[in-house]
Design a protein around this ligand. Structure first.
Ligand SMILES: Cc1cc2nc3c(=O)[nH]c(=O)nc-3n(C[C@H](O)[C@H](O)[C@H](O)COP(=O)(O)O)c2cc1C
Length: 324
């Protein structure tokens, strides 16, 4: 099947599905697999490592892919952008910070500017910067974000775009893990979805098997929004952003003791990083969202994308039967 939306038409896709540019986990193989399956894959530029980015663009081979950056981090090392633009990314996604300083440079090479937003204020800023696509991210999402529920954020942003920027496309993010989520997002007014957690749990994601095993044993209840992983990694996230990760021994032990974690960073920092590298699912940040409860197997990304699109189409068709 194909689902035709403004997103598939604008980007020339078979399915209205983008993969989230997940820091560390979203490498070139995953992005290429998503593009090959008919969506658009985005490499996770994360906190910025030029050698990692070069390697992952190589790993994507000839498949057209895009790339995402954490905007406040990119602002600290703006030199990372040009080498990525030289790779002719299909799209560049900016999240978490003011996209304005980078918008003109991205437009000049013809890449589609995607801005991920958590509030209406972010949406207004992204539109001023010239974003072609707004990603409205709900708080159920894995990784960093804010607290708004996607069920109200997506239609509210759809209304805002219809009134003020009707040419700008809308993509929903947060909790989309199967055809139900995709169909629901389209009905809420989105032109497509951006999928993180479900593709983190794919064969192509750069994720330790120990962390993959942990998501299979987790429900949506087993995640928490927290700043603890950022404190442990000494990352200077702007106020208001937290990360949704697995609720585990690390988050339970330090919850409410953030100041103490900062004081003990000389021992706790390396401990966090060593546990992450070892695939320990208890003593470090394990990065997934509430969609965990909908995921029961680690599968190839292409199969996940195909099934999501097919099931969404079937559900949308079946929706007619609800009308009496
Ligand atoms: C492991 C992981 C890493 C992420 N890293 C980033 C990132 O570096 N930049 C970014 O814009 N979003 C990042 N996100 C958030 C995604 O862009 C997206 O909003 C989210 O995954 C959507 O919700 P879902 O996880 O329920 O699909 C990350 C998400 C996950 C799960």
């Amino acid at each position: 099947v194909t689902l035709r939306t403004r997103l598939t038409e604008r980007l020339g896709l078979r399915h209205p599905i983008l993969s989230a540019p997940m820091a560390l986990a979203g490498g070139g193989r995953l992005a290429a697999a998503v593009t090959a399956a008919g969506g658009l894959g985005l490499i996770g530029g994360g906190y910025g490592d030029a050698a990692w980015l070069a390697r992952e663009f190589d790993a994507a081979g000839n498949q057209p892919v895009g790339c995402g950056f954490i905007t406040w981090s990119l602002a600290k090392q703006p030199g990372l952008l040009d080498p990525v633009l030289e790779r002719k990314p299909r799209a560049v996604m900016l999240s978490f910070g003011d996209p304005t300083p980078f918008a003109a440079t991205i437009a000049k090479v013809g890449a589609t500017l995607i801005c991920q937003c958590q509030t209406l204020e972010h949406v207004r800023q992204a539109l001023d910067a010239g974003a072609a696509i707004i990603v409205a991210q709900g708080g159920e999402a894995g990784g960093h974000g804010m607290g708004r529920g996607g069920m109200t954020l997506v239609p509210e942003v759809a209304d805002h775009l219809a009134a003020h920027a009707p040419e700008t496309l809308l993509v929903a993010a947060g909790g989309v893990a199967d055809g139900r989520g995709l169909a629901a997002a389209l009905l809420l007014g989105a032109d497509g979805v951006l999928v993180g957690t479900r593709l983190w749990a794919s064969a192509e994601a750069l994720v330790h098997p120990g962390h993959h095993a942990a998501i299979l044993g987790s429900a949506g209840d087993s995640t928490v929004r927290t700043s603890l992983p950022d404190i442990a990694r000494e990352l200077d996230w702007p106020a208001g952003f937290t990360a949704r990760t697995r609720r585990n021994a690390f988050t339970e032990r330090w919850s409410g003791r953030e100041a103490e974690l900062k004081e003990k960073i000389a021992t706790e920092g390396p401990r966090y990083r060593d546990a992450f590298a070892a695939g320990d699912a208890e003593e470090t940040g394990v990065w997934f969202g509430e969609a965990a409860g909908l995921i029961h197997a680690i599968e190839p990304a292409g199969a996940i994308i195909e099934r999501m699109a097919e099931d969404a189409a079937a559900r949308l068709a079946k929706g007619r039967s609800l009308i009496a």
